[in-house]
Design a protein around this ligand. Structure first.
Ligand SMILES: NC(=O)c1ccc[n+]([C@@H]2O[C@H](COP(=O)([O-])OP(=O)(O)OC[C@H]3O[C@@H](n4cnc5c(N)ncnc54)[C@H](OP(=O)(O)O)[C@@H]3O)[C@@H](O)[C@H]2O)c1
Length: 288
């Protein structure tokens, strides 16, 4: 199987380079060798590689910055997935794409199902929703995996930030009113590999949009407490107290959904792939 991977140096892309390698030859691209805003070059690359599968782990993920760079966010998150779908359909290739819990407004109060009404609050969420819609409007065989609160230890993430703050400050104030599913990038990469292992015909029969994230949900405060508890180098910590705070205490450019947990049962029953509890995945991530 020939796999064309975009976003290869991101949190998820880095993990995918490893987990997808047993399934075939990977042509890996990131901003350093191909800027997705150069659409002509992107089309030429896809046609040249002529893949069986396009895996799109790229995205404009700077949620606040997106408010100032809407055009760029919509180009990378909205238009490019549509272009991938077009090219995938032309080559009869399968498209695997990732989306976000930020397509929701967070006002439902219980975990979101795939069919729930979307209503993104900021440019990032709106641009990712445009990407979902562009793929769905095309003729390609695709899977869109909506995920949430992705972290890794080797790129900047909430986990690396909490570990850093815990080494610098005695008191941490962490928001307790933002709730979702912490998702280890490796879990997503493992799940993606397991999906490809089932074969493209199997995936084509189940094409569509699914929620895939760490099992269970937590507030950022609960998540931070767990990170600090599982820190393998606790002796380096300076932190003595972790205080609850409110999102409104830290004004940001972009409004974020408060309760954006995803219900992932449809994915698990459809593909018979169990998702690990977020705490178990975090334990593994912290033990590395
Ligand atoms: N991170 C989260 O909390 C989160 C939550 C929900 C869903 N997701 C979704 O999960 C997927 C993977 O996210 P992630 O956390 O792995 O993101 P990430 O670490 O930010 O990786 C995205 C990659 O895309 C690259 N990229 C951005 N603009 C590009 C461009 N114009 N041309 C080429 N490459 C470009 C980035 O390069 P640079 O680093 O150089 O910009 C980066 O390597 C994305 O679809 C994201 O929307 C993420």
């Amino acid at each position: 199987m020939k796999i064309l991977l975009f976003g290869a140096m991101g949190q998820l892309g880095t993990e995918l380079q490893r987990t997808l390698s047993p399934y075939g030859e990977i042509a890996a691209y990131d901003i350093h060798n191909l800027n997705l805003e150069n659409t002509q070059e992107v089309r030429e690359t896809i046609r040249l590689v002529s893949p069986d599968v396009i895996v799109n782990a790229s995205a404009y993920t700077a949620v606040d910055q997106a408010e100032r760079e809407a055009e760029k966010a919509f180009a990378v998150n909205g238009d490019i997935p549509g272009l991938f779908a077009e090219e995938a359909s032309r080559l009869n290739a399968f498209l695997l794409h990732y989306s976000t819990d930020y397509v929701f407004d967070g006002r439902k109060g219980t975990p979101y199902l795939e069919g729930d009404t979307t209503n993104p609050l900021g440019v990032y969420g709106k641009s990712k929703l445009a990407g979902e819609e562009a793929i769905q409007a095309g003729n390609a065989n695709y899977l869109i995996l909506r995920t949430s609160w992705v972290y890794s230890r080797n790129r900047n993430s909430f986990v690396t930030k909490v570990l850093e703050w815990a080494r610098k400050q005695e008191v941490l104030s962490i928001v307790s009113d933002q709730v979702s599913n912490p998702t280890w990038a490796r879990t997503l990469a493992d799940v993606t590999a397991e999906l490809l292992g089932k074969g493209l015909d199997y995936l084509i029969k189940r094409r569509g949009l699914y929620h895939v994230a760490g099992n269970g949900y937590a507030s950022r405060l609960d998540w931070a407490k767990k990170i600090i508890e599982l820190d393998p180098n606790k002796q380096e910590q300076k932190v003595k107290e972790i205080r609850p705070a409110l999102t409104s205490d830290f004004p940001t450019l972009a409004e974020r959904p408060l309760f954006s947990a995803l219900d992932c049962s449809l994915f698990q029953s459809t593909f018979e792939i169990p998702l690990p509890k977020w705490e178990d995945a975090l334990k593994l991530a912290m033990s590395e």
